[in-house]
Ligand binder design. Sequence first.
Ligand code: GTP
Ligand code: ZN
Length: 204
Amino acid sequence: MTHLDDDDVFGLPPGAAAVDLPRIEAAVREILLAVGEDPDRSGLVETPQRVARAYAETFAGLHENPEEVLGITFDMDHEELVLVKDIPFYSTCEHHLVPFHGVAHVGYIPSHDGRVTGLSKLARLVDIYARRPQVQERLTSQVADALVKHLRPRGVIVVISCEHMCMSMRGVRKPGAHTVTSAVRGQLHDPATRAEAMSLILGR
Ligand SMILES: Nc1nc2c(ncn2[C@@H]2O[C@H](COP(=O)(O)OP(=O)(O)OP(=O)(O)O)[C@@H](O)[C@H]2O)c(=O)[nH]1
Ligand SMILES: [Zn+2]
């Protein structure tokens, strides 16, 4: 198996180095042949390599561990809701291997001892799970469950809104339709707490 070397992975997610590039290249060449293309024509000759590198980035999250981003916490005297909203991301529908993309809103109420993580880590966590073959429901609950596991917060809310290219460009062909999923854990089940979080997410 040939991996990206250290120079190649600069700027790519850390998990990209673990992806098997030659295997993807061979498969992409087969797909081009299967759809009736000539993979040896000049415009396509480097396409299998490009796709392999693009997939290495797109699926890097399979080789990344959320503990690596959530393992560093600090104690802070803050026991109220922390919410990062409108985190943009791209993922890949596991049914059709085409993108779905949108925004994630990730909030949690820290543990009583004020165990918090860096704000950017919430966005990194979304990317770790988004850079895998996914369905939106699982992405939503995986982000919530990783926060529960690693921060032991009193509550978590994750709301994700996405457009699925498999519903826009093919199949049912409904561009602009958005799917919204949520995952709620712990004290965010409380209606008043949940309503406060939702009003912040919706900007009302
Ligand atoms: N629940 C869920 N479904 C998804 C997600 N992404 C894609 N899908 C759906 O997965 C389903 C796959 O349905 P199938 O009937 O097996 O595949 P298909 O014949 O290509 O279906 P159409 O997309 O309706 O043409 C479709 O209804 C997609 O809309 C997701 O994140 N969550
Ligand atoms: Zn799909």
